[in-house]
Each structure stands twice: as C-alpha cells, then as structure tokens.
Write a protein that binds this ligand. Structure first.
Ligand SMILES: Cc1cc2nc3c(=O)[nH]c(=O)nc-3n(C[C@H](O)[C@H](O)[C@H](O)COP(=O)(O)O)c2cc1C
Length: 315
C-alpha cells in the first residue's frame, strides 16, 4: 500500500489559510489534521475554531478535524457537530503537553489515567456517528504509559493510532523513543501512524526503512520548514524552489493581510512561520533576524526579498 503523508495539526500555524495556500503550491500531502477544537463549560465551540473547520473553508482538502476532551458528553456533542458538517472521521487529541491542558487531565494529561480513557471510549463508541482516530504520546511523565493503553484501544474499532513517541513532559524536544514505537507496533492490532521529527527526506527514509509495516506518516514542523518535503518523499523533483517558495510566501502573506487587522498582527503571524522557513535557508540565523527586525509591512517585504534573493534554499 502506498505511503500516506498527513499534515500534523499545529495550533496557530496550520489553520485554513495555511492549509489552502499550501495546497495551491505543493503536493504530496494526503490528509490534513486541524488543530484541536474544544467546547467551553456551556458546551459552546469558539467561533474562530468553527470557521477553521468549515467545509466551505477547506475545499479540496481531506481535512480531519481534531477534538480535545475528557468528557463523554462533550465528545459526542463535538462528533455530532462535525458529522453534521459532513465529516466522516475525527481525531482525539491525547498528546497536548501544555500544563494548562495536562493539569485538567486533557491531552497527554489523560495518559496516566488509562481507566478513564477506557470509560470514555465505552460511553462514546456505541453512539459515535463518525470514525475515530487517536493522536497520542507515549505517556505524560512515564514513557511506558502507552503499554497500558494499547490493550484498551484494541477493544474498540479505532481507525488509526498516530503515535508521537515522546512523553508530554518532553514537550517538543529531546529523544523520540523509536524503540518504544517499535514495541507498540507489535502490541497493537490497530493501524499505527508514526509522528515526530521527520524534518528531512533522510529522516523519512531511515524511519520507513526501519518500520516497514507503517504506511502512514504524520509530519508537522518538517513540512512547514520545508513545504517541498512531501513532494521529495514522493520523488517529485522540483526546480526553482526559492521562486516557488517566494510565490507561496506572498500568497500566504496576502491571506493574512486580508484576514488579520493591523500590521502588527500580520508581522507577528509571519514571524512564527519564519521560525520554521528560515531553517531551509542558508544563513538561517541571519534570515530569521532580518524578519524579526522588520517594524512595518514595507520593511518586512524588503527583508523577505533580501532573504530570497541573497540566500539559498538548502532543503
Ligand atoms: C506550536 C505547536 C502546536 C501544536 N498544536 C497541536 C494541536 O493542536 N494538536 C495536536 O495533536 N498536536 C499539536 N502539536 C503537535 C504536532 O502535531 C506534532 O505532533 C509534533 O510537532 C511532532 O511532530 P513534528 O516533529 O513532525 O512536528 C503542536 C506542536 C507545536 C510545536
């Protein structure tokens, strides 16, 4: 079976503006996962999050909306809401590492409570109108939490389990426990997707050579840093990368110019992207610094032009 590439959800980065613009310029990504949706205590979804997943804002995208919750009633509410919007598949976030989330036993904060995970799934799976996949870390503080969870997940018809083999405590840094991922492959009867630190073609080649039974690969930061990565994986050769990148960048910038109010909002948004983009440039430190120093849109445009004209695309 051909390998599938999934765009990872990155809150504040992979919104519908990014997803649509990415799709116009690059190929090779089969599915895109939305950053998570949550309801407030009145069971209300934030309007900006609803806008992000509306099918009308995600035309020609295979979007999988993601939810975060630890309450069965919220779980069913959000799945019905998304089903009514036309989705057939949602993803449950058991990976978010931020203390504000984990302290409430959400995201990776739910991983040490395997009985609670089982209880939630028992309550929702029979009434869920939609297919469910799970995106999880291997634990909150203990990298072995996952070994108690996989046998529970085996009892339910879960479409796929996406494993980012880090603990929540590690946040987004440090070792990815590939040996634990390997054990998970042997322990679960579900389809498993790999996620974590695929930053270049070599990383993908090494992992796909090692995990021959895996055919689903989720990539986040690597695809933002180098939007050509999925094409490289699919052996689509591209010339003039810098030119294409510049056109992509300008289209992305225009999207945000239309949707954000004021130049400071636009500049802070684009700085987040350049934290990633700059890593694909020669002199990445200098490239990022130029962008950070820009105090107006016109200065920002000059910095972008300097980056694209004076540096090389190295990814
Ligand atoms: C700033 C930031 C925001 C993220 N937001 C989400 C999110 O909303 N939902 C989610 O499941 N993962 C989220 N992630 C985790 C990524 O989806 C992914 O699992 C992680 O970055 C590891 O994959 P990568 O090395 O390919 O980026 C986020 C990561 C970062 C760095």
């Amino acid at each position: 079976m051909a390998n599938r590439i999934l765009l990872a959800p990155i809150q504040g980065v992979t919104d519908y503006h990014f997803r649509n613009t990415f799709n116009k310029f690059f190929k090779g990504v089969d599915f895109m996962y939305s950053p998570y949706l949550r309801v407030d205590k009145n069971m209300q979804l934030k309007n900006s999050k609803v806008i992000d997943i509306l099918p009308s804002n995600n035309k020609n995208i295979n979007l999988v909306p993601q939810i975060m919750t630890n309450k069965p009633e919220e779980f069913t509410y959000m799945s019905k809401f998304l089903f009514d919007k036309g989705y057939e598949h949602i993803n449950w976030n058991l990976g978010c590492p931020f203390a504000m989330v984990t302290n409430r036993e959400l995201g990776s904060g739910l991983l040490p409570h395997h009985n609670k995970i089982e209880d939630i799934l028992e309550k929702v799976m029979t009434v869920l109108p939609i297919k469910l996949s799970i995106k999880m870390r291997i634990g909150l503080e203990n990298e072995n939490d996952i070994f108690k969870i996989l046998p529970i997940l085996d009892k339910f018809p879960i479409l796929e389990i996406i494993i980012h083999p880090r603990t929540g405590k590690q946040m987004y840094k440090g070792q990815v426990y590939t040996s634990i991922f390997e054990k998970c492959l042997a322990l679960s009867s579900h389809k498993i997707c790999y996620n974590g630190d695929i930053n270049a073609l070599d990383d993908y080649n090494n992992l796909s050579n090692r995990f021959k039974t895996v055919n689903s690969w989720m990539i986040g930061r690597g695809l933002i840093k180098n939007p050509f990565l999925a094409m490289q994986i699919n052996k689509v050769l591209t010339e003039n990368k810098m030119e294409i990148f510049k056109e992509f960048h300008d289209a992305l910038c225009e999207e945000y110019l239309q949707s954000l109010s004021g130049s400071s909002h636009l500049l802070s948004k684009m700085i987040v992207f350049w934290e990633y983009f700059s890593l694909s440039f020669s002199n990445s430190h200098k490239v990022y610094k130029r962008i950070k120093k820009a105090t107006s849109i016109s200065k920002y445009k000059i910095a972008v032009a300097q980056n694209c004209n004076e540096e090389k695309w190295i990814a």
